[in-house]
Design a protein around this ligand. Structure first.
Ligand SMILES: NC(=O)C1=CN([C@@H]2O[C@H](COP(=O)(O)OP(=O)(O)OC[C@H]3O[C@@H](n4cnc5c(N)ncnc54)[C@H](O)[C@@H]3O)[C@@H](O)[C@H]2O)C=CC1
Ligand SMILES: O=C(O)C(=O)Cc1ccc(O)cc1
Length: 302
């Protein structure tokens, strides 16, 4: 199965980065794109995110071997219905959504009989929109592919190859397991960031300007995460409800234990946890899963 033509639906950070990476790596693949927002279509064309930005969804997907839906997870069903009339019978339909079980269901319902292989590149930033994409986003990052039971092995192989050619490391995973793992490694950290920044900005005896002025430490990192796209993250929490609530239950128990340790002056408990977590950070850096790549800050103007 050769992928010679890819249609990208949704031309924001993820869609734009796929288009730019395909071009920058010189892949022999033609790219088309569509976004439901006319202003995004125009800005995407101006930046050359794909070879051809189409005015209609069905034109963008006509003759595409692979269609990648790069819209918020709550909009996957709508996007799938928009492309349905133009799809080639052999096309592989995939996506980049941050939650996988709900997306797989929405796509299967919208496109009965289609070859659907959901995926999630675990790579992104707090930015969104057609100006945010960059060609190196996926380099060295994991892309988790969650094929449904009975999926065509040739289609899985073709999608895996595509992501490998964009520079990603590919792993196959069951969708439910993906959702549980990402709940703890990505979704709950975002929820915590939104909470802590919200709590700080609500404080009555600390002014907003003090929060901004003295946010040199950990709080500064939280403000980056808490600047992430509200539509995208609303949809993530609504679609990964079960796994997020399960992990949030455990997190709340652990937080309560820390609260008790602080109240009772139990320094050993605090020290032991902080020592254990330090080793995790070291392992993350050794595996190259941090954002301390030499080009990352520069490309983001930091
Ligand atoms: N932002 C990130 O760091 C990451 C995001 N993702 C996932 O990628 C997907 C896209 O996220 P971003 O590119 O960050 O968002 P974005 O906001 O930059 O781009 C999304 C685009 O989809 C368009 N859109 C919305 N509904 C549509 C519809 N029904 N039909 C056609 N176009 C529609 C919007 O106009 C927008 O241009 C989401 O599902 C998100 O969960 C995955 C990995 C990382
Ligand atoms: O900006 C960050 O730190 C991220 O965590 C980006 C991100 C957001 C959502 C995903 O599904 C994957 C990666």
């Amino acid at each position: 199965m050769t992928i010679a033509r890819v249609a990208i639906i949704g031309l924001g950070l993820l869609g734009g980065s796929i288009g730019l990476a395909t071009k920058a790596r010189g892949l022999p693949i033609a790219t088309t794109g569509w976004d439901r927002d006319a202003s995004v279509r125009q800005r995407a064309a101006a930046r050359g995110l794909v070879d051809q930005v189409c005015e209609r969804a069905e034109d963008a997907v006509a003759e595409a071997d692979l269609v990648i839906l790069c819209v918020p997870v709550g909009a996957m069903g709508d996007a799938a219905r928009a492309i349905a009339p133009g799809l080639a019978p052999h096309a592989i339909i995939s996506d980049v959504g941050s939650s996988k079980e709900a997306v797989a269901e929405a796509l299967a319902q919208a496109l009965p009989g289609a070859t659907i292989i959901p995926a999630h590149p675990v790579a992104g930033t707090e930015q969104s929109g057609p100006e945010a994409g960059f060609a190196t986003l996926f380099a060295g990052r994991w892309c988790i592919i969650t094929p449904p039971d009975g999926a065509d092995p040739a289609a899985i192989a073709a999608l895996s190859d595509f992501w490998t050619q964009l520079g990603s490391k590919v792993e196959l995973m069951d969708a439910a397991h993906h959702d549980l793992v990402l709940a703890v490694t990505s979704h709950i950290p975002h929820l915590i960031a939104y909470t802590i920044v919200g709590t700080a900005s609500d404080l009555e005896d600390v002014t907003q300007s003090e929060v901004i002025k003295y946010s040199a430490g950990g709080f500064r990192d939280f403000t980056r995460i808490a600047a992430s796209d509200p539509v995208m993250w609303r949809d993530v929490f609504l679609t990964n409800k079960g796994a997020v609530l399960e992990m949030l239950g455990r997190f709340t128990e652990d937080l309560t234990a820390l609260q008790r340790a602080i109240r009772s002056g139990d320094g050993d408990t605090l020290f032991d946890l902080f020592t254990r977590t330090r080793t995790i950070r070291r392992a993350v850096i050794e595996q190259g899963q941090d954002d301390e790549r030499p080009d990352f800050g520069r490309e983001h103007g930091e």
